[in-house]
Design a protein around this ligand. Sequence first.
Ligand SMILES: *Cc1c(COP(=O)(O)O)cnc(C)c1O
Length: 404
Amino acid sequence: MQETLRARLTGELDALKEKHLYRRLRVVDGEQKAVCVIDGKEVINLSSNNYLGLDTHPYLKQKAEEAVRELGVGSGAVRTIIGTMQIHQELEERLAKFKHTEATLTFQSGFTANTGVLGSLMEDGDAIISDELNHASIIDGIRLSKAKRFIYRHSDMNHLEEQLKAAQGARTRLVVTDGVFSMDGDLAPLDKIVDLSERYGAMVFVDDAHASGVFGKDGRGTVDHFGLHGRVHVQVGTLSKAIGVLGGYVACSQALRELLIHKGRPFLFSTSHPPGVTAACIEAIDVLRTEPLLIERLWDNTRHFKDGLHRLGLNTGNSQSPITPVIAGSGEKATRLSNRLFEEGVFAQGIGYPTVPDDRSRVRTIVTATHTREDLDAALHAFEVVGQELDLVGAGQPAASAGA
Ligand SMILES: *Cc1c(COP(=O)(O)O)cnc(C)c1O
């Protein structure tokens, strides 16, 4: 390696270490479950997006195995050449029925769905109006688009209205929001966003990555939760979180689907899902409908765990979802909280700058349907012990302004 590059990389890594932002990858030994072995230690896992435990569901595993046996392990091409198999079509038809939309188109991931749609749909002369806390893949999608950008303060409807006014001259205006914000667990006020957007003639795009399988009837997402069917033009969902597998999709009109087939760059230039992935996703949609207890249990566990954290007086921000942050303050303190919890048998990832502002550094907890009450109570006990050590217990303030 060239010496100057080596020095630069070492310098950057040293700087990360100094700011306590350097991370080692934690390694899971065996299946990724509510209690699992991480770095050789058995811990209660509070960091997974596997909300319903579908990643190890026996029906999904069986369908994936059958698909591998019948169809192989790869698709051999991008969707637009010869990588569209019947099973891909079947998934898209099932998803469209499930979401009550005209059509859906799947992508390799939620990330590529966002970059694919935003990068190709919105052009020079258009405007994208985006919440400041939207996911990195939305930000990258906006960067790939030549549309003009307007950023509004997090879930601030007055500021959104100002930006809608400022964008009035653009040809097509698209308001973009996460359905559930991934670092704070708060829900976008989608009903108000839709009302305002309609008033100003703008389209609405919601990224339901953390809402798919969690909010709405049978986990249909925030559009269903708020009763907004037919009023949101683009819904992005992920198949990688509660659905337990991998992938992203766009639920939209037939015309938008067809346009994305011609212009969505990850769709055009990156190979489609292997059959095993697609088969497991199809089965997941059935499981959402046939095992409603999973989502009920997710919400029961969510309430139980949130109540426990509140009783300890921890600062849990403004969450309305199974994601609950425990805000520690500085990045260093969040790292210590996460490390000490790990020693006490709980894995909750520390999150700091640049993902969240440094003074709102936190550990982020996510409960799932598959945690037992004993798991959650043991985790709460660990929070009590470590929270006292770090002077966080009893420090909770009334919910801070949404996700600030
Ligand atoms: C996780 C996430 C994504 C990316 O989804 P993947 O399927 O993991 O690529 C996109 N948007 C939001 C809001 C997310 O939380």
